[in-house]
Design a protein around this ligand. Sequence first.
Ligand code: SAM
Length: 232
Amino acid sequence: MVENQNIKLRDIDNIFYVKLNHESKIATKNLVPGIKAYKEKTITITNIEYRIWDPFRSKLAAAILKKLELIPIKKKSSVLYLGASTGTTVSHISDIVGTDGEIFAVEHSSRVARELVNRVAIHRSNIIPIVEDARMPQNYFGIYKKIDVIYVDIAQQNQTEIAINNCKMYLKDGGYLLLVIKARSINVSKKYKEITEMEIKKLKCFSIIQKIDLYPYDKDHFIILAKFLPHS
Ligand code: SAM
C-alpha cells in the first residue's frame, strides 16, 4: 500500500485516474477496504483505498485506456456479466456500481466459480454468482428484472449469438452491450479485423457506438460497445 499526497485523482463515473510517478493509471475505490480480489496494487489517499485496475488483466480497463467514449457502467447500474471467471473485472465493476448496483456474474466452470465466490463474491454483496452456461440464459436464477448493461467475455465460437440471445432475454430497450470479440475462438485462419467486421454485422438490433482494438493490452481482441434497439 502506498501513502502519497502527490497523487492526482480525477473522478469520472466512479473511475479514478491516479497519477503516480508521472504515470497515469486507472483505479476504482475499494468497496471493501483491506480486501483484495487478486494481487492488485492499492493506494490509500486521505483514508480512502483505491485499487489499481490492470489493463493487461482486464479488457474493460484496456478499453477505458483506449478511449472508450461512453462508459455505460455507472453507480447503481445493473450488469449481467458473461464469463465472470475468478472475478478480476467483476470486482472492479462491483466497486463502480456500488452497494445500490448489482452484477449477475455467470460462469460455467464450477471450479472457477468457486474461486469467484471464495475470493470475491463472499466479500461483496452486490455480486450474485450464477453457475450456468451462458448458452442457456433461460436457466439463470435470480434475475428478476431487465438489466442496464450486458458484458460478454467468453471464448466460444458463437459468442456473438450467445450475447444476442442474452440481450433479447435480459437487456433493457436502450441498454448497452459490451462484447469482447475473441477472434481466435471464432476462426483461426481469418484476420482478426475481418472476423470483427463479420461479427458486428450480426448485431442487427443494435446501434454500434464504438469498436476498439485492445492491442497492445490484448492481441487479436476487439471490444464492441453497442446500444440495444430491438424495435427500430
Ligand atoms: N472476463 C474475465 C475477467 O476479465 O476477469 C475473464 C474471462 S475468461 C477470458 C472467460 C471465462 O468465460 C472463463 O472463465 C470461462 O470458463 C468462461 N466461459 C466460457 N464459456 C462459457 C459459457 N458458455 N458460459 C459461461 N461461462 C463461460
